[in-house]
Design a protein around this ligand. Structure first.
Ligand code: ADE
Length: 241
């Protein structure tokens, strides 16, 4: 493992295919594994005078696919926080949108609030812990600079949504649905590091088409859009630090 740089900005991306357009565009160089016994991979460069580190969750050694979802998100984030001690974390990735709340494919989101829709513990004291509601730092100017939407992003371990998930997503008035943001927020909160979440819509949760079909069709376009928005964010004077 190479010498640990300290990061100004830590970009956390679940899938290597989501990360690659950012790695290419910012000429990020590989640092190898984030930590021993951890599949997550780190890449770095200096961008606009800022030390930027991108971590991708890496491939699960048993199933040989990207370690997407909340478990990979929290474990990767904890390892990256320990190694890179960033000033700011930005979670970047694709998400589902909601046409009932005005959403469309390719919308960009920079949510103000995060939560979980599939963690349910109906026992006093644990309900709120499981729901995991979290506020991101104020970033109105950055949201305007990126042309991104605000609102709530809800995370869960599944790409699809059960009727009960859908009811909770509606109760939360979620504008986007992902599989990582609220889990990263847990680790970020422990370390007192501000977290921004940048998402691009590949599919609409409340559309009759199977989520995986829309996701696969719109995935590449979303990754290009995320790389463009990340380029603006990395050079922005409107970061919340
Ligand atoms: N990423 C892209 N689309 C998603 C969805 N509908 N749910 C969770 N994560 C996603």
């Amino acid at each position: 493992m190479s010498t640990a740089p300290k990061a100004d900005i830590l970009l956390q991306v679940a899938m290597r295919a989501e990360a690659q357009p950012i790695i290419d565009r910012e000429s990020l160089q590989s640092l190898g594994a984030v930590a021993p016994h951890c599949p997550a991979q780190a890449f770095t460069n200096t961008v606009a005078g800022r030390n930027v580190v991108l971590v991708a969750h890496g491939a699960d050694p048993l199933h040989n696919c990207d370690r997407i979802g909340p478990i990979g998100a929290a474990t990767t984030c904890a390892a990256a926080l320990a190694r890179f001690t960033p000033r700011l974390i930005v979670n970047i990735g694709t998400c589902g949108g909601f046409r009932s709340r005005g959403g469309a494919i390719a919308d960009l989101h920079l949510p103000q609030r995060l939560a979980f829709h599939d963690q349910r513990v109906p026992i006093p004291g644990f309900r709120e812990f499981a729901r995991g509601e979290f506020q991101t730092p104020p970033a109105e100017a950055l949201r305007a600079e990126l042309g991104a939407l605000g609102g709530l992003c809800s995370s869960g371990g599944s790409l699809d949504a059960t009727p009960q998930d859908r009811a909770i997503l509606d109760e939360l008035e979620a504008r986007c649905k992902d599989m990582e943001a609220a889990a990263i927020a847990f680790s970020a909160r422990d370390w007192g590091v501000p977290l921004l979440v940048l998402k691009c819509v590949t599919d609409l949760v409340d559309h009759p088409e199977a989520v995986q079909d829309a996701f696969l069709r719109n995935f590449h376009g979303a990754t290009v859009q995320l790389a463009n928005a990340t380029s603006v964010l990395l050079r922005s004077n409107n970061l919340p630090w």
